[in-house]
Design a protein around this ligand. Structure first.
Ligand code: FAD
Length: 393
């Protein structure tokens, strides 16, 4: 498409990949760049340690609507490859479980495999004639006025002319740093004193050799312990495992130095989890799996003239306790195109997007922060629990 406008989307994570589809649908000439190698080539061995990202995610209505806006068929295919999650299962220290439904009418969230979802979006983008994928390209500089972006590649630096730059390059966005030199961007960043560590819970193997989920797959399982918590979601696929995430202050992680400390800690707080994982595998994972940090970022405006727009975590990294980071990023793309379609001039569409989106994004970021207290503590209050054993959390 020789006369089509050129958009460079920086970041081929879930949000950038979805944005590529929307721009392609509208006839733009799209190039999707990422500093990583093609993640689809590493799928077979993907794990937290290789990607630094959680393995599974909660996909909500908000995100599904964003996906369907690019392609209903694609959205339907994705939602047929999820595990529906209808409520929370609260585990107390005695191993008792209590189900708390999300909704009386059965509305639910969905556990989805992050790597698979990203690959599906990349495959779909790659199949479009007006999308090019360029991996191992690290964006280092943008001159938005001259419409030039600069990348470092294995073969050296490359300058590219573009009409529009879309920053979908995550929480530590290079595009956002560049945008701040051109626009008066307010910026706020907060690290919370909580690290996260993933712990895999393997499937149960039955006597006839079949693999079964070790817990009810249709619940988000939470072990709320007031100042920290363990939670886990079922993985979709043949192996019927769960991925657990331990969220805990750094100082508590630091206090656990020896294998016996890990076992004592789990025996005290999550005794029902040990037999599901096995002592040896638990200790190994606790020490070997990375401990991720959690940052909340608010900024605005998200754009500069008709030259740049931030979406996804680049615009609004949020703590994960509301399960809405990626979902919101998908909604960003949908909302952005609502404005692009309603306004002939790109500059005025981007301006309207910033004005309309800022309040919602700040609000959901605050809700995500507040939901950490809800998940690790408030869910144990008598208001929520049918039985009255609040002292056992
Ligand atoms: P990313 O996924 O961070 O992708 C950014 C991409 O940009 C990467 O591929 C990166 O390589 C690339 N990049 C970075 N810098 C450059 C550069 N200079 N040049 C080129 N490329 C670059 N969200 C949910 O909706 N539901 C959940 O259940 C959920 N659970 C979570 C659990 C945890 C523990 C965490 C930490 C987060 C969770 N999230 C969840 C949030 C979700 O992971 C993010 O919101 C989502 O990944 C954001 O997608 P993105 O495409 O904007 O950014």
């Amino acid at each position: 498409m020789p006369n089509a406008k050129k958009v460079a989307i920086i970041g081929a994570g879930p949000v950038g990949s979805l944005a590529a589809l929307y721009f392609a649908n509208e006839g733009w000439n799209v190039t999707l760049y990422d500093l990583r190698a093609d993640p689809r080539l590493q799928r077979a061995t993907a794990s937290t340690s290789s990607t630094g990202k959680s393995i599974n995610l909660a996909l909500s209505h908000r995100g599904i609507e964003g996906l369907k806006g690019a392609s209903k068929k694609l959205g339907d295919m994705i939602t047929s490859n999820v595990v529906p999650v209808y409520g929370r299962m609260i585990h107390d220290k005695k191993g008792r479980q209590e189900s708390q439904a999300y909704d009386v009418h059965g509305q639910h969230i969905n556990a989805v495999d992050r790597g698979w979802l990203n690959s599906v979006l990349l495959d779909e983008a790659e199949a479009r004639p007006n999308v090019a994928l360029k991996f191992s390209h690290r964006l280092i500089q943008c001159d938005f006025d001259a419409r030039i972006v600069k990348f470092v590649t294995e073969d050296g630096e490359v300058d590219v002319n573009v009409d529009l730059v879309v920053g979908a390059d995550g929480a530590h966005s290079a595009v956002r740093n560049q945008l701040m030199k051109f626009a008066r961007v307010d910026f706020e960043q907060k690290y919370i004193d909580t690290l996260w560590c993933e712990i895999s819970i393997p499937p149960i193997v039955t006597e006839d050799g079949k693999e079964e989920y070790p817990l009810d797959p249709n619940h988000l399982h939470i072990w709320p312990r007031k100042t920290f918590m363990l939670m886990c979601l079922a993985n979709i696929g043949d192996d019927k495992s769960f991925t657990g995430t331990l969220f805990m202050p750094q100082s508590d992680f630091d206090d656990i130095t020896y294998p016996q400390d890990v076992l004592d800690f789990f025996k005290t707080y999550f005794p029902d989890v040990i037999p599901l994982i096995g002592e040896e595998y638990l200790v190994k994972q606790f020490f070997n799996n990375p401990k991720g940090s959690l940052v909340s970022i608010k900024c605005a405006p998200y754009h500069y003239r008709d030259r740049c727009i931030l979406i996804g975590d680049a615009a609004h990294a949020m703590v994960p306790f509301y399960g809405q980071g990626m979902n919101c990023g998908f909604e960003d793309v949908q909302q952005l195109f609502m404005h692009l379609k309603a306004n002939n001039a790109v500059a005025s569409a981007l301006e309207k997007y910033t004005v309309a989106r800022r309040k919602d994004l700040f609000a959901i970021s605050d809700l995500a922060m507040a939901n950490y207290v809800e998940m690790r503590s408030s869910v144990t209050s008598k208001m929520y629990l049918a039985r009255k054993h609040t002292e056992e959390f």
